[in-house]
Each structure stands twice: as C-alpha cells, then as structure tokens.
Design a protein around this ligand. Structure first.
Ligand SMILES: [Fe+2]
Ligand SMILES: [Fe+2]
Length: 201
C-alpha cells in the first residue's frame, strides 16, 4: 500500500464531502418536487456527517484534516463549478430546467463520492489491523448512504429528463419507492420504470 497516496485519497474524499455540503445546499434551492427536496435534505445532513467522520478518520491516522494538497484544490474547484452551474441555471428563470441541472450536478458529485468510498473500503482490506479498523468502521457506517445518494438521484434525473421531453415519467422514480441501494437493485428499478412506460404506449 502506497501510504502517501492513501493520505491523498482520504484528503480528497474529505474535500469532496465538504464540496458536497455546498452542492446539496445549492441543489435544494433548485429542487421543486417535494419528495426530491425531502431526499436531498436528508442527504445534506448525511453529507455533513461524512465530513465529520472523514475528519476523524484522518486524525486517527495521523493526517491533518485541514491539509490541502494540489489534488484537493482540483476537487474543491470541481465542486465549486457544480455550485456555479446550479446558481446560473436558477438565475435563468426556468425552475424546471434548474431542477434537472441540479439532478445532473448531484449525480456527477455522487458518482465521485461513491467511487471514493469504494476505494476507502478496498484500502481498509489492505491495511494493518488498527488502521484497517478505522477505515472499515467508517466504510460500514457510510457505504449504504452513498449507494442511496447515487442511485436515487440518478433515477430522479432520468425521470425528470423524460418528463421534460414530454415522455412518460415515473415520479418519484422506482429507485426511490423500491429503496434501491445496490447497482443490481438500481438496474431493476430502471427496468420497472421502463416497463411502466411500455404499458402506457
Ligand atoms: Fe458522502
Ligand atoms: Fe454522497
């Protein structure tokens, strides 16, 4: 295990969670569907907790959670760009379009968030006992939430896009109603939405 690259991963993941808090605050201004607002309000609270958990992981591993590597700066700038995209969409005066932009931005951010936690889970398996436990405990606590953030938001984005195209949309998306928390369940939820659409044709 390349220890300095593990530190880089944890610091970038922490920076990404900090950006995630700002992304959800901006996304909530764009959300119009009451269930979507409710979901993202929950995810905002969970993301705030992810910042705390990852800060504690860094401290336990002897890493300064305030340290900003060049990689962290890139992560920070990417997150800020997503916030700017949502604010720009909101100020354009088309609330339905801004809600879709927010879904796209949250999906992009959560794709990376999900990938970070998968890597943290893999790294935990390769570390010596004490450090492994620190990472594994955090991973166990958070991985299901990251699955939900990604798969549910992706479902909202797909169905809101379809609605905007004037096509049959299933809202809230089946990922939401079936509580999909794995890639397989999310794929099944998408099939359920496609089947419902077929039935309407
Ligand atoms: Fe997160
Ligand atoms: Fe997340």
């Amino acid at each position: 295990m390349n220890e300095s690259q593990l530190h880089e991963l944890l610091l970038q993941a922490l920076e990404h969670e900090r950006g995630g808090v700002k992304i959800y605050k901006a996304a909530l201004k764009c959300a119009r569907h009451p269930e979507l607002k409710q979901e993202w309000t929950k995810y905002l609270g969970q993301t705030e907790n992810h910042v705390v958990v990852l800060s504690n992981v860094c401290t336990a591993l002897g890493i300064d959670p305030g340290m900003q590597t060049p990689g962290c700066k890139i992560v920070k700038d990417l997150g800020a760009a997503l916030v700017i995209a949502m604010e720009t969409a909101l100020s354009a005066g088309n609330p339905a379009a801004a809600q879709i932009v927010a879904c796209d931005c949250v999906t992009l951010a959560e794709t990376k968030d999900h990938a970070n936690w998968e890597l943290i889970g893999e790294a935990a398996k390769a570390l010596e006992e004490n450090k492994a436990k620190v990472l594994a405990d955090a991973y166990e606590q958070i991985e299901d939430e990251e699955d939900e953030h990604l798969y549910h938001t992706k479902g909202w984005g797909r169905e809101l896009w379809l609605e905007s195209l004037g096509l049959q949309a299933v809202l809230p998306p089946p990922e939401e109603t079936d509580d999909a928390t794995t890639a397989v369940e999310a794929a099944r939820a998408k099939v359920a939405a496609d089947t419902a659409r077929e039935a309407h044709r």
